[in-house]
Design a protein around this ligand. Structure first.
Ligand SMILES: [Zn+2]
Length: 160
């Protein structure tokens, strides 16, 4: 059987008692009393912060950030949704990202007035089909271009 882990060999300055924390094997000191541990911890934290800042800076420079989404009317929103769904289904963007985008777009649509009613009380279709298809294709082209640049951007950076 393994015995109890050795306790820290440091003495507490006020009481004069031995520290009761478990010692790290290499030093015989606990994490509170081992100065090397603290130095290493600070170094790890500093490195972590630097890496996070670097990742943030890279994301801010990503072509994805400069992509302007048109959410100005129903047709624009519909065309954008169509594009996102296509991209997700074809594996060009991850499901989590498409889900977030669709959620944001759903919120945007609540700012629209309800579609006008025709004389017989039916909702008039808000979409002009030709206009819709042209806009969807235009968005798709722009998104594809942006995704291609974003992939290059990510590949040129450090892996994290
Ligand atoms: Zn200790």
């Amino acid at each position: 059987m393994f015995g109890r882990p050795p306790t820290c060999t440091a003495t507490l300055p006020r009481s004069g008692y031995r520290c009761r924390f478990a010692a790290r094997r290499e030093t015989g000191l606990c994490i509170n009393h081992d100065p090397a541990y603290r130095v290493q911890q600070v170094a790890n934290r500093t490195k972590g912060l630097a890496l996070a800042a670097e990742a943030r800076a890279r994301r801010a420079q990503s072509p994805l950030y400069t992509f302007n989404m048109d959410l100005s009317d129903r047709t624009a929103v519909q065309a954008l949704l169509d594009t996102i769904i296509r991209l997700e289904l074809s594996g060009r963007i991850p499901l989590a990202r498409s889900r977030n985008l669709i959620r944001a777009i759903a919120i945007a649509t609540r700012n629209f007035d309800p579609p006008a009613r025709t004389r017989d009380g039916n909702r008039r279709s808000a979409h002009n089909y030709t206009d819709y298809v042209l806009r969807q294709r235009a968005i798709q082209r722009r998104v594809e271009a942006v995704l291609a640049r974003a992939e290059q951007h990510e590949e040129s950076g450090p892996r994290s």
